[in-house]
Write a protein that binds this ligand. Structure first.
Ligand SMILES: NC(=O)c1ccc[n+]([C@@H]2O[C@H](COP(=O)([O-])OP(=O)(O)OC[C@H]3O[C@@H](n4cnc5c(N)ncnc54)[C@H](OP(=O)(O)O)[C@@H]3O)[C@@H](O)[C@H]2O)c1
Length: 219
């Protein structure tokens, strides 16, 4: 398969690239800073900023599928800072990625979102309370921005899969995670970036996940 990875310099995206290459796929990494990606066989690196539609014009040509691992970055406060001041990378950026994918005739689009987008209905009673009373109010801006990204993707004609991971951490792949539409994952039970990357690649070939929202985490 010929796979385009957006956000290929991020914690998840770089592992998606590694695992896709290892599995024998051809990969195109679309990144703001091409010098940050080590050259390897079957890997094409293209410069692109998802907030700049013109820069994505050729990004998806010849691709079968897209995996988006983009996310807000912050100069201050790391993940927390980015969560509090997310900008528009998930809304505007996703609209531009979807347009580029559609223009290139891409079939499938796997989108890394977050469990915070859940309305909590499928979670445990305690997790539902934490989500609604604490998490969603605290990260309201980030959730709004991601929700718009999800909305744009769902409105497209692409075979989309939205994957909503629980918190992620640096750790070796365990090869065990809970994933599926309406899966009751633990809101704060983390899995590794590596297992998340594996799940995003699995989503490329899971017919039952087509046009579904897939929760990902631990039980
Ligand atoms: N980390 C977690 O615990 C966690 C849990 C659940 C869900 N998520 C979500 O999953 C997604 C990926 O998470 P992550 O932690 O792997 O992300 P990350 O390490 O913060 O990486 C974000 C990626 O997005 C890229 N990016 C940001 N703005 C861009 C732009 N304008 N144009 C092109 N690329 C841009 C970054 O590129 P640069 O290197 O150029 O900045 C980077 O490659 C995010 O949406 C995040 O909110 C994360």
């Amino acid at each position: 398969m010929n796979i385009v990875v957006f956000g290929a310099t991020g914690s998840t995206g770089r592992l998606v690239v590694d695992q896709a290459l290892l599995a024998g796929h051809d990969v195109t990494a679309v990144v703001r800073r091409p010098d940050q990606v080590a050259p390897r066989p079957r890997l094409v690196v293209r410069a692109g900023d998802v907030l700049d539609a013109a820069s994505l014009r050729e990004s998806c040509s010849g691709a079968d599928a897209v995996v988006s691992c983009i996310g807000p970055r912050s100069q201050f406060g790391g993940q927390l800072g980015a969560g509090l001041r997310p900008g528009t990378v998930m809304s505007v950026g996703t609209a531009h990625m979807v347009a580029a994918a559609e223009a290139a005739g891409v079939r499938r689009f796997v989108f890394q979102s977050g469990i915070g987008l859940s309305d909590g209905a499928e979670l445990s009673r305690v997790d539902r309370w934490v989500l609604r009373a604490l998490w969603r109010p605290l990260f309201a801006a980030a959730i709004r921005d991601k929700a718009e990204g999800e909305r744009v993707l769902r409105a497209s004609a692409l075979e989309w899969v939205i994957v909503r991971p629980a918190p992620l951490r640096d750790a070796p792949a365990a090869g065990r995670y809970l994933a599926g539409p309406r899966a009751r994952v633990a809101l704060l039970g983390s899995i590794s970036f590596a297992d998340c990357a594996a799940c995003l690649l699995r989503a490329l070939g899971e017919p039952a996940w087509t046009r579904e929202i897939v929760n990902l985490g631990r039980s």
